[in-house]
Design a protein around this ligand. Structure first.
Ligand SMILES: Nc1ncnc2c1ncn2[C@@H]1O[C@H](COP(=O)(O)OP(=O)(O)O)[C@@H](O)[C@H]1O
Ligand SMILES: [Mg+2]
Length: 1081
């Protein structure tokens, strides 16, 4: 929603002086001061803006501010120059009304700044685009150029404009700038040759000397030293806060932007330099012989340089400074110039040179910035012109007179336009026109400009009059012509009432301007009005070989000799003011009245007397009065109703009908006297500010009440909202909490349920388990029972088998275990490996008797085998023999046990080695298996004779023990058997086969200590020889032996002890041979 604001909001004092109540100069000043102290430098008088120079930068010109004031109604915001600029721009753009902005005020009051602010605002809000921006830039950049040439430091203002300026800015239908036209008024050219104390010449001189490069200065034949130039005042050549060098560059740059060519720039600077040079030309008097005084140029160097700069022939110029040619009625009269006249001519030339240069600059700028398009333009004119100037003590001269005249005209146009507008508005709004009482200054304008008897006309008349013309004659003329005029005052006038007025000096006249009385000193009026430049000089200038100079002095052209005097300054000014006025009259005026708060260029200082003075001469009170002549305040119905509707119950808060009716109802309700206001077509007109303030006051009160109401409602609303919010929050919190609590509870129940459930399930499960287990047990029991039953049945059926088997099994197992144990025990108790070891573990069980013995046997056999396996072949034979012996005799013959331990040596006699038996061994060619000494029992007596017994493989040989002679050789084949007794004797009988060759001699009965060995070997021989049968060994205690033809029985008996230990053999008879053998113990 757009915020409806008003100028009336938050006002400091009153924002619009029209509303000042009561209206007086004091209250006016008071209001200004009050606002100024609160940094409110702008105040309105209706649509006029009063601007107080703050002399410091205020933060009110920011782009934000531009935006704030953009497209807002004039009275909507607090007073601002932007509001005026916006109003002007918008009515130009939207309503197609040409505008002019008239800025007036004393020097240093802020006019130029104001004009720049207006231009910058318009530049900011108008259209954009490359072309438009270029135009804008050129328009804005024309300022620094004109300021450099037209501004100077004065006592009042460091950057005082010394010319009046009017600039038309042209816009197209869209409101985009197209270009502009600048008009300048009355440059203060006297400043070129002379400056008041504490002031400077125009900026450009200083800027040139400080800012130009050495090169440029050299070209211009200048020195960078201010003191070298007579026209430059030295006491304030340097101004603090003003950087001339930088500004020079800015100006050059601006000139380039505006469109000056480089050569044009150069020409301009040459002219500036020429003026400086001109100032240095000095004259000295020289008396001529005819008694007249002549002048001579002192030092021609400057002249020469100047002529070089401008391309003028030096002699021409020199002559122009010495002579003056007056042409009258086809006659030329030359008179010489004295020194004073020469100086006058020089200064006149300098002034003209400079002011014409300035005008040329304006023309040149106009050329650049002029709108290109030929279409109709809308125009906004900005007039930055000096305001009323009133110097105290009658120091006012021709310039002030001219300036004040201009202001008088502006005031008139202001009154005219304001009243006209007022009138138009009344007609538009259908309000009855009541005559407005105001002071019309037309009469003063008339006093000055009347063509017949106006002051300016008188002045011109005087100037043109032949004969001696002085300021005094001029005053005299005024005294006669204007004496009757009620605004003219002079001591010498015929109007006697001033005869004794001592405040009015004799050489002065006084004009009662609308803004106050001004005392003018007539001195210089004629001269300044004449503004004389001797024709010789202008002709000399025209002859210059310098394009710019030539242009500036067209009247010097001899081809166009004009005998008529050039128009006077006053005349020219009047004419240009006339043009300006007619120009302004076609436009909608907007006023900015600038006021200077103090003389010190200081911020925050409000010098009341000074402001009062300005308020007077600016005619601000007049402004207010004119503005208030009819109705002080007017406002469209809609905003009016909007603003005050709260003052009446019927219109508050909403009025449904048309706004006008609403306002009528409102006014009736408020009982405002009817003469205080009128209803227009779209506006209500309020006659007195009083009424407005009454409304405002009521409104303020009402607003307070409303504020309270709003506050109340708002507080209520806020509390309610707060409450509702709290309630809502509480519900939310409660809901959440409940949810939480329920969740908790639910969780608890859930947990409990789970526990109960689990217990129940557990119980059920256990029950089920129990049942299942029971069932299973039952089933198992059934199975078991069945099994048992089956078993029983089966057993019953197979009992017999079972029992036997089981018993056997058990038995087998037991036996197995016992055997295992037995074998293991045996293994650990096994006896030594010696075959003769008789040890053997005890038998543990009776039933193992056989096994035990068998094992013992086997073990024995095994160890014997082991033992045997170690035997050598010989030993083996020996043992075989022993074994055979055992087989033959063991338990059969008592001698046997004693032979066991005797080794079978065989060759006891060692036949082959013993030389005794050498002969014998040579007879026996076979290998001797046994050799021993035996006894041969004599069969006859039983006596024994020793014989050598040899056994070979095939034979038994008996030889004589002493001789070794073989007594008998018995082939083994002839041997039938061998008989031995059972007793422990060594007797044996070799029985021969019957019929064999050996049998002839009969059997042999022999005895040997090695009986067992001999018989065993004999037996073995039979066993080893395949072709023989086994030799039979007969063991008995009685056997027969063949002796020749007789058979003798050999009987063995157990001998008694008396026979000693020896065996005795005795022949008992033919048939018996008894052998007694001692009993073996
Ligand atoms: N609105 C303003 N804000 C700040 N300073 C200002 C303002 N107007 C004027 N001034 C100051 O006052 C000085 C004189 O202003 P200027 O416009 O040159 O005066 P005028 O043109 O009326 O002689 C400026 O140089 C500037 O310092
Ligand atoms: Mg100025």
């Amino acid at each position: 929603m757009e915020v409806k604001t008003s100028l009336l909001d938050n006002m400091i004092g009153v924002g619009d002086m029209v509303l000042l109540e009561p209206l007086s100069e004091d209250s006016f000043l008071e209001n200004l001061k009050n606002r100024f102290d609160h940094n409110e430098i702008y105040t309105y008088i209706g649509s006029v803006v009063i601007s107080m120079n703050p002399y410091r930068s205020l933060p009110i010109y920011t782009p934000d501010k531009v935006e704030e004031y953009r497209n807002r109604n004039f009275y909507e915001l607090s007073p601002h120059i932007y509001a005026l600029a916006d109003e002007a721009y918008r009515s130009l753009r939207d309503q197609d009304k040409d505008q002019c902005i008239l800025i007036t005020g004393e020097s240093g009051a802020g006019k130029t700044e104001a004009s720049k602010l207006v231009m910058s605002y318009v530049a900011a809000v108008c259209g954009k685009g490359q072309e438009v921006n270029k135009v804008k830039e050129q328009l804005l950049q024309s300022n620094p150029v004109l300021e450099a040439f037209g501004n100077a430091k004065t006592v009042r203002n460091d950057n005082s404009s010394r010319f009046g300026k009017y600039m038309d800015i042209e816009f197209d239908f869209k409101g985009d700038p197209l270009g502009g036209v600048i008009s300048n008024y009355l440059l203060e050219k006297s400043r070129v040759v002379k400056q008041p104390r504490g002031e400077r010449n125009f900026h450009i001189f200083y800027q040139l000397l400080s800012g130009a490069s050495d090169d440029t200065l050299k070209k211009l034949k200048l020195d960078r030293d201010f003191s070298k130039y007579n026209y430059l005042s030295l006491d304030s050549a340097v101004v603090s806060g003003l950087d001339d060098a930088t500004n020079f560059r800015t100006v050059r740059n601006a000139m380039q932007i505006v469109g000056f060519m480089e050569d044009e720039l150069q020409s301009v600077l040459e002219l500036v330099a020429a003026v400086l040079k001109l100032g240095n030309i000095e004259f000295k008097p020289e008396s001529r012989c005819n008694g007249t005084d002549e002048s001579r140029i002192k030092d021609k160097n400057d002249l020469k340089e100047m002529c070089e700069l401008l391309g003028i022939e030096q002699s021409v110029l020199e002559r122009a400074f010495s002579y003056r040619t007056v042409e009258a009625k086809m006659e030329k009269v030359s008179t010489t110039l004295n020194v004073a006249q020469a100086y006058y001519a020089r200064d006149a030339l300098a002034k003209n040179l400079y002011s014409r240069l300035f005008s040329w600059l304006v023309t040149r700028i106009n050329e650049s910035i002029k709108a290109q398009a030929k279409t109709r333009h809308k125009v906004m004119g900005v007039l930055d012109i000096y305001g009323f100037e009133i110097f105290e003590e009658g120091d006012n001269s021709f310039e002030q007179f001219i300036i004040n005249y201009c202001n008088e005209k502006l005031q008139q146009i202001f009154i005219e336009l304001t009243l006209r507008e007022e009138q138009e508005e009344y007609v538009r709004e259908g309000i009855e026109w009541t005559n407005i009482e105001y002071f019309n200054n037309a009469i003063i304008c008339d006093l000055i400009e009347n063509n017949q008897n106006g002051i300016m006309a008188m002045l011109d008349e005087e100037c043109l009059r032949p004969g001696t013309v002085t300021d005094e004659t001029f005053l005299d003329k005024l005294n006669t012509v204007c004496a009757e005029h009620q605004h003219f005052e002079s001591r010498l006038s015929k109007n006697s009432k001033f005869l004794n007025d001592h405040s009015l000096p004799h050489n002065c006249f006084r004009i009662q301007h609308y803004a106050g009385k001004v005392l003018y000193r007539v001195e210089g009026f004629v001269d300044k009005n004449n503004d004389l430049l001797y024709r010789d000089l202008s002709q000399a200038m025209y002859k210059a070989n310098h394009s710019l100079i030539k242009q500036l002095f067209p009247e010097g052209n001899p081809a166009k000799v004009n005998l008529k005097r050039p128009p006077t300054a006053g005349f020219q000014f009047k004419a240009s003011v006339g043009t300006l006025m007619s120009n302004l009259q076609t436009k909608n005026p907007n006023y900015i009245r600038c006021i200077k708060p103090n003389d010190k260029k200081a911020s925050h200082v409000f010098t009341e007397s000074l402001v009062c003075h300005q308020v007077r001469y600016l005619g601000l009170m007049e402004n207010v009065r004119v503005r208030r002549a009819g109705y002080a305040f007017r406002q469209a119905y809609e905003p009016c109703l909007e603003r005050y509707k709260m003052l009446c119950k019927k219109t508050w808060p909403h009025w449904r009908g048309p706004a006008r009716e609403g306002v009528e109802v409102l006014m009736a309700d408020l009982q405002v006297p009817t003469e205080e206001f009128s209803y227009g077509r779209s506006k209500i007109f309020i006659r007195n500010p009083r009424t407005l303030f009454f409304l405002e006051e009521r409104r303020k009160q009402c607003l307070q009440d409303l504020a309270t109401l709003i506050q109340k409602i708002y507080r209520g609303w806020k509390c309610r909202i707060q409450f509702l919010l709290l309630k809502k929050s509480q519900i939310v919190v409660a809901a959440w909490y409940r949810r939480y609590a329920q969740q908790q509870k639910y969780q608890k129940i859930k947990r409990a349920t789970t526990v109960v459930q689990s217990y129940t399930r557990g119980w059920q499960a256990r029950k089920l388990l129990r049942e299942l287990k029971y069932q299973k047990r039952c089933e198992e029991a059934v199975t078991t029972i069945t099994a048992y039953w089956h078993g029983t049945q089966v057993r019953r059926e197979y009992r017999k088998f079972f029992r036997a088997n089981a018993g056997k099994k058990i038995y087998d197992f037991t036996i197995q275990r016992i055997l295992q144990k037995y074998f293991l025990g045996l293994k650990s108790n096994i006896p030594s490996m010696s075959p003769i070891d008789k040890n053997w573990p005890a038998r543990p069980y009776f039933f193992l008797e056989g096994v035990h013995a068998e094992l013992r046997r086997i073990f024995h056999l095994w160890r014997c085998k082991k033992y045997r396996s170690q035997f050598t072949e010989e030993k083996k034979v020996v043992y075989e023999e022993k074994l055979e012996a055992s087989e033959l005799f063991k338990d059969k013959k008592a001698l046997y046990p004693s032979s066991v331990s005797q080794p079978f040596k065989g060759d006891y006699l060692e036949i082959s080695k013993n030389p005794k038996y050498q002969k014998l061994s040579s007879v026996v060619d076979e290998k001797i298996l046994l050799s021993d000494m035996v006894n041969k029992i004599n069969r006859a007596n039983g006596k024994c004779s020793a014989r050598i017994f040899l056994l070979t493989k095939k034979n038994v040989i008996l030889a004589d023990q002493k001789t070794g002679q073989v007594k008998a050789s018995l082939p083994l084949l002839d041997l039938a058997s061998v008989s031995v007794s059972t007793q422990s004797d060594g007797f044996f009988a070799l029985k021969l086969k019957e019929g064999s060759s050996s049998a002839v001699k009969g059997d042999f009965l022999l005895s040997s200590e090695h009986l067992i060995e001999i018989t065993t070997k004999l037996h073995r021989m039979g066993a080893t020889t395949a072709d023989r049968e086994q030799l039979y060994i007969d063991i008995s205690d009685e056997f027969l032996v063949q002796f020749k033809q007789d058979k003798v029985c050999v009987k063995f008996i157990q001998g008694g002890p008396k026979n000693g230990n020896g065996v005795s053999c005795k022949r008992k008879n033919n048939r018996l041979l008894e052998v007694s053998v001692p009993t073996t113990p």
